[in-house]
Design a protein. Structure first.
Length: 240
């Protein structure tokens, strides 16, 4: 990364690096170096941990009435690969990532790489300026997302979360399809699936259409990388 790009990135991050080599490494993909230890992969590992601590503390302090299970679900949404990729792209960071020949262009950078880049940047800020600098950056860039993780979403409104994500990423709304129903009228169960921009996701069963659609939305969020598969025990919308 040349000096002009370094300066641009520092302005975006609102952090001036004492050690510019850290920032350069954060933006170096493994495909661009002979030795993977010279890439940003180790920084991703550290940044993921720092991000988790800061987000957990922010949620712990902001939502004082929520039990551990609700906070866990909210944290899962905020630190997911999909959400980290969204933040990285909103900051315009992928365009500065140095990749090897044959890699995709930054405009089509997979969510996993964009998310890893953000984690590497967080680690670089942490190592260069300390925990407070990293925390300030995270809270500044995630503040609006923390606000969006309201009580409704925390209680499992996966349809609402998927609606928001689909409109932001694909500019379309999810479509729910009733695939099957079984059982007598007084004890039916329903199978639903969701389609986004012609992409079909795993179906799910529920005791009513609403529950089946919530489970189908959850499956789609997992496949899209917005949520992780692990859900606290007792989640009424846990896909099975």
């Amino acid at each position: 990364m040349d000096q002009d790009n370094l300066h641009q990135v520092e302005q975006i991050l609102d952090h001036t690096f004492a050690n510019g080599a850290l920032l350069t490494r954060a933006f170096t993909h493994s495909s661009a170096v002979d030795n993977r230890l010279d890439s940003n992969e180790r920084l991703e590992f550290l940044g993921d941990a720092v991000l988790g601590v800061v987000i957990c503390q922010a949620l712990f302090e902001k939502f004082r009435e929520y039990p551990e299970g609700e906070l866990t679900k909210m944290k899962s949404m905020l630190v997911s690969r999909g959400m980290c990729a969204r933040v990285a792209r909103s900051l315009g960071l992928p365009q500065f990532l140095v990749v090897g020949k044959g890699m995709v262009s930054s405009k089509a950078l997979p969510a996993s790489l964009a998310a890893g880049l953000l984690e590497a940047v967080i680690a670089a800020i942490y190592l260069d300026g300390g925990f407070q600098s990293a925390s300030d950056f995270i809270l500044r860039t995630f503040s609006s997302l923390v606000e969006q993780v309201d009580a409704e979403e925390a209680h499992g409104n996966y349809k609402s979360l998927l609606q928001q994500y689909a409109q932001e990423q694909f500019n379309v709304a999810p479509v729910y399809i009733l695939l099957d129903e079984k059982g007598p009228d007084h004890n039916k169960c329903f199978e639903s699936a969701v389609v986004i921009d012609q992409q079909h996701f795993a179906s799910a069963w529920g005791p009513n259409k609403k529950d089946a659609e919530q489970k189908a939305a959850y499956n789609a969020l997992v496949e899209l990388g917005v949520l992780e598969r692990a859900v606290p025990a007792g989640d009424p919308y846990k896909a099975g």
